[in-house]
Design a protein around this ligand. Structure first.
Ligand code: ZN
Ligand code: ZN
Length: 262
């Protein structure tokens, strides 16, 4: 396939039916992922919403697309409004329908518009930027299997960073999509009122023991992490628990390949 060129998004072909759609021009370095099955395609998150991710997915597949939401934070639901079929974990149904209460829009507008290194589309206006809200097509639960045609995606409820956060295992390839539960370079966030360090650590422990994972794809920073990070996670969890550091306000904890902020 010829490399797809786009002014805002960077498309990386992970394999011929799996694509990462990245936003490297923004400080958050967000990744969304398109997984193409034989009957449908699944889009894991829809990015920042600075530009329209559907322009990219339209070029990659003609199959109907279902959106699987790792969690309802604004930086992962940016283009949700462009798609018809949206799925979210049941514990974040209220957030996607009504928005997150107590999160000031001024803060979101500041964060969406700062530290951008490439030109933004002309119709992007940080002063009116508003996170997506809407009624989802369906709700997800732990253990759900999403079938997209000879390709099965298993849903793991992995709360902590947010109450209805999910991780998604592509059974056919062993790719594990971890959203904001696990990525490298910058700390994993669990220091807001809606986060929970104890539950986050439980979720990390859980994903680090999933068998047959071949590669980890997080929601930010480095694209594609080696499975050795899972061993690092197991050691980190043990270390944090032993030192009684799993609580709000204990700060940033750095490990070999990732860090967390409580
Ligand atoms: Zn998040
Ligand atoms: Zn995020």
């Amino acid at each position: 396939m010829e490399q797809l060129k786009d002014p805002w998004f960077t498309v990386s072909e992970i394999d011929n039916t799996t694509f990462a759609i990245s936003e490297y021009g923004h400080w958050e370095k967000v990744h969304s992922y398109l997984l193409i099955g034989e009957e449908k395609a699944a889009l894991i998150d829809t990015g920042l919403g600075i530009d329209n991710i559907k322009r990219i997915t339209d070029q990659l597949t003609e199959l109907p697309i279902i959106v699987l939401t790792t969690h309802v934070h604004w930086d992962h639901i940016g283009s949700h409004g462009e798609f018809k079929d949206i799925f979210v974990h049941k514990d974040e149904e209220d957030w996607i329908v009504n928005g997150i209460k107590g999160l000031p829009i001024q803060q979101i507008r500041k964060d969406v518009s700062r530290d951008i290194t490439i030109p933004t589309p002309r119709d992007f206006n940080p002063e009116t930027y508003t996170p997506y809200t809407g009624k989802p097509t369906g709700l997800l639960e732990d253990g759900d299997k999403v079938e997209i045609g000879n390709r099965t995606l298993t849903i793991f409820h992995t709360p902590g960073h947010s109450p209805g956060h999910i991780s998604i295992l592509d059974e056919s390839t062993g790719y594990l999509f971890t959203g904001d539960l696990l990525y490298d370079t910058t700390p994993i966030y669990a220091f807001f009122p809606t986060t929970d360090p104890i539950i986050l650590v439980e979720s990390l422990k859980r994903i680090s023991n999933i068998p047959n994972v071949t590669k980890i794809y997080g929601g930010h920073n480095t694209l594609g992490l080696e499975t050795s990070i899972l061993e690092d996670v197991r050691n980190a969890v043990e270390d944090l628990e032993e030192k009684k550091l799993v609580s709000f306000g204990t700060g940033i904890h750095r490990f070999k390949s990732f860090s967390v902020k409580f």
